[in-house]
Every structure is written in C-alpha cells, then in structure tokens.
Design a protein around this ligand. Structure first.
Ligand SMILES: [Zn+2]
Length: 155
C-alpha cells in the first residue's frame, strides 16, 4: 500500500473524505470536538482538512499542518488539497490525483484483491470493482487536476 500523506477531515467535508480514500489516502472522518481533532492530528501526524478558519488557525498555532478549504464541491476541494500538498510536500499534482484501489471509501479500511477486478475491504467487507462508474471517477479527478493547476498559478 502506498504511504503518502495522512488526513483528518472535519465533519463538513465527508464527501471529500471519501474521495481522498478513492485516491488511496488514509483519511479519517472527524465528527468530534475541535480540541480532540487537534490532539489526534498532533499524535498521528495527519494533515487537517477544514473550512473552519478558527480551527485552521488553532492548528497552525500548534505547529500542525492544516489545509483551509474555500469551496464545498468535490472537484474544487480536491483541487485545493492537491494544490496544498504540491506546495507543502512537493508532491506533484498528477502524482497526488491518481486513483488507487487500496482503501475503502466507506470506512477507510485496507482493500485486498479478492478476484480479478474485485476488491474487498478487510475491515467492513464491502466489495469494490471497476465498473461503469469508474469513468466518472476519472473524469472528476481530471477536472480536479485542471482546477488545481489554475489554483497553483495564483500562489
Ligand atoms: Zn470498509
């Protein structure tokens, strides 16, 4: 399984959290308090993803990594995260925005290949396969890539 950055995503961005898992990133969806989120990020090294300015500032004051989102929809927020990791961690956009079938989009568990073209979550048992929806996934990721390029030019 590819390592890559780990994320902790605040409760306003559950959809984005699922997409980060589709890209293969260990992404925890957080519904608890801001203090606990900061403690978790501090001990786990996860990058905080939030649109809450106060939480973002509190995280930066503690020396944590935090990506402040300005949008809500998936393509734009994926692009914001991609631009952030490109800037902060030197991970190229095209490297970051690549689907990897390694992580369950529902529970963040690890996937194991069961049959040719079929994966199963080792944690919740959900099965995944590359079907017709895969083209839509690639299209969304492609649009996020184009948006991320535009965002990056404005820095
Ligand atoms: Zn699962």
């Amino acid at each position: 399984m590819s390592s890559g950055p780990l994320f902790i995503v605040d409760s306003m961005h559950g959809n984005l959290c699922r997409w980060l898992r589709i890209l293969g990133y260990d992404s925890e969806y957080w519904e608890g308090s801001d203090e606990d989120l900061i403690d978790n990020a501090s001990s786990s090294g996860r990058i905080i993803i939030t649109s809450d300015v106060e939480l973002h500032r509190a995280a930066l004051n503690k020396g944590l990594r935090s990506c402040l989102l300005h949008h809500q929809d998936v393509e734009a927020t994926l692009a914001e995260v991609a631009a952030y990791v490109s800037r902060e961690l030197n991970i190229p956009l095209e490297e970051f925005l690549k689907p990897r079938i390694t992580r369950c989009s529902i529970c963040n568990g690890a996937l194991r290949q069961e049959l040719k073209g079929i994966w199963r979550c080792t944690s919740c048992g959900q099965r995944f396969w590359i079907g017709s929806h895969w083209r839509n996934i690639l299209r969304t990721i492609r649009r996020a890539y184009l948006t991320a390029n535009r965002i990056r030019e404005t820095y």
